[in-house]
Write a protein that binds this ligand. Structure first.
Ligand SMILES: [Zn+2]
Length: 344
């Protein structure tokens, strides 16, 4: 089959690799119907050390089940399924608590050695626990929104859940990428009264407003903090969704949180220590978050996608085939595209 491998920063190649096959009786093989490029794929695109072997890329997919192992019970060939960015057995203590990204048998798709989603097919471990069968067809108009259940919509929702978004809350979303925009959708869904989007790309801000953002803060650093205070009655936001992953974004998030508020961090951290220790202490700010248990949120969010209440698929502004993936990385890295969908 054809698959995307990254050999170092900026080195994205399409290669012929062996077809994935059932290796464990709990595996499934899915043919990828749609995949996507994630903002987190841009970190290796910028700093992956050069290697001889290449790293399979992609962790967001919708696919058709082609084959299942002997012990798979709930997933059948022909099913259209969402593949969350982490696999999980669905049965361990953490899966039962809804924290599938801490599954004792779990892991992430696009590490070395495991097949990944920017490809024609993927091997999915623990198919019964990992995959979610969706009531849609292969050419359904809802596919872009359903695809966001594999990562960005679940991740934006997780940021909102960890940040304790609740009816009446003032919410600030740090970052206007696909996750931040899905965070706006999630905050509105959970009843936020005010939703500030922190960002400065006109097209993304416009989409944020359509998703429910009530205010825009395009300043940065100290000016941004001042502006948020002005807009929130002087005290800051009850709930802050940190959807970037840099130390600057984290510090801003802590600075704009209201005393007693919470920061939900879902940006993959590119810093070693969380800044603002004294501020979080003296303001009693809760800082939480991590890799979203996207699998746990599919059922709840799917209902709203199917009935048209939310349209997170609008974050995709470009579709490419596998040959177009290298340019898709470039376009997202240069902020020419917001999020790229891959139709292998
Ligand atoms: Zn588990």
């Amino acid at each position: 089959m054809r698959a995307i491998l990254m050999y170092g920063a900026g080195e994205v190649r399409i290669e012929n690799v062996p077809d994935p096959r059932i290796e464990e009786p709990t595996d499934a093989i899915i043919r990828v119907v749609r995949a996507s490029i994630c903002g987190s794929d841009l970190w290796p695109y910028n700093d992956l050390p050069t290697s001889e072997t290449g790293r399979p890329m992609g962790h967001e997919a919708i696919g058709i089940v082609e084959d299942v192992g002997a012990e798979v019970r709930n997933i059948e060939p022909g099913d259209l399924v969402v593949m969350p960015f982490a696999f999980s057995d669905g049965t361990c203590a953490f899966c039962r608590e809804g924290l599938h990204t801490a599954c004792v048998h779990g892991g992430f798709f696009d590490g070395y050695g495991l097949s990944a989603a920017q490809a024609e097919a993927v091997r999915v471990p623990y198919a019964d626990g990992t995959l979610y069968t969706i009531p849609a067809g292969e050419d359904d108009a809802l596919l872009p929104s359903l695809l966001t259940l594999s990562d960005v919509m679940g991740t934006g929702h997780h940021a909102a859940v960890v940040a304790n978004v609740a009816p009446g809350h003032r919410v600030a979303v740090v970052g206007d990428g696909a996750v931040g925009l899905c965070g706006v959708i999630a905050a509105k869904r959970l009843g936020a009264e005010q939703i500030l989007i922190m960002g400065r790309h006109a097209d993304r801000i416009a989409l944020a407003r359509e998703f429910g953002a009530t205010d825009v803060v395009s300043e940065r650093g100290g000016e941004a903090v001042e502006r948020v205070r002005e807009l929130t009655g002087g005290h800051g936001a009850h709930s802050v969704l940190e959807c970037v992953g840099t130390a600057d974004a984290m510090l801003t998030s802590i600075e704009i949180a209201r005393p007693g508020g919470a920061v939900g961090r879902v940006g993959v951290p590119h810093y070693d220590t969380i800044p603002g220790a004294a501020q979080t202490f003296f303001k009693n700010v809760i800082v939480g978050g991590g890799p979203a248990p996207a699998r746990a949120y599919i059922e709840e969010l799917l209902t709203d996608i199917l009935d048209g209440t939310i349209e997170p698929g609008r974050v995709f502004d470009r579709t490419v085939d596998l040959d177009g993936v290298p340019d898709g990385y470039r376009a997202m890295d240069e902020r020419e595209a917001l999020k790229v969908m891959v139709k292998p």
